[in-house]
Design a protein around this ligand. Structure first.
Ligand code: FES
Length: 133
């Protein structure tokens, strides 16, 4: 396997990965692992996509209906250990881990947490401590 060339030049990096220029505030991970998928994980993911795209805040390619300058990155992920209490949703950098999320909860998470910065307490199971840097 060839080792990739390490790129130092920021302009070149931004050309290769335009998302580097986006004013990203948060990344949302939605688990669509086997157990979460069995209780609606794919539907939760689809609902986040629908609402974030509708609001124009999902970062991504315009060709996919997303906003290159969007402030929220939405990422599908595998199991994080909430398998019996899914669907698991994590919001970073806040470090909030939600469980038992259903598609009908997504609008509240978007409006309260992603837009206003208020954790949806009734679904929040873990609040990670902010790392000391
Ligand atoms: S499958 Fe989603 S937390 Fe395990």
């Amino acid at each position: 396997m060839a080792k990739p060339k390490f790129i130092k030049d920021r302009v070149e990096l931004e050309k290769l990965a335009p998302m580097l220029k986006a004013p990203i505030k948060r990344q949302v991970f939605v688990c669509t692992g086997k157990s979460c998928a069995a209780v609606g994980g794919k539907e939760v993911m689809a609902e986040f996509d629908r609402i974030l795209v509708e609001k124009g805040i999902r970062q991504g390619k315009e060709t996919k209906g997303r906003n290159p300058m969007g402030e929220v990155v939405l990422t599908e992920c595998g199991s994080i250990g909430f398998c019996s209490i899914g669907t698991a949703v994590m919001v970073y950098p806040d470090g909030t881990m939600y469980g038992q999320v259903q598609p009908e909860d997504v609008a509240e998470i978007v409006e309260e947490h992603l837009e206003k910065g208020n954790v949806v307490e009734r679904l929040a199971l873990i609040q990670l401590e902010k790392p000391q840097i």
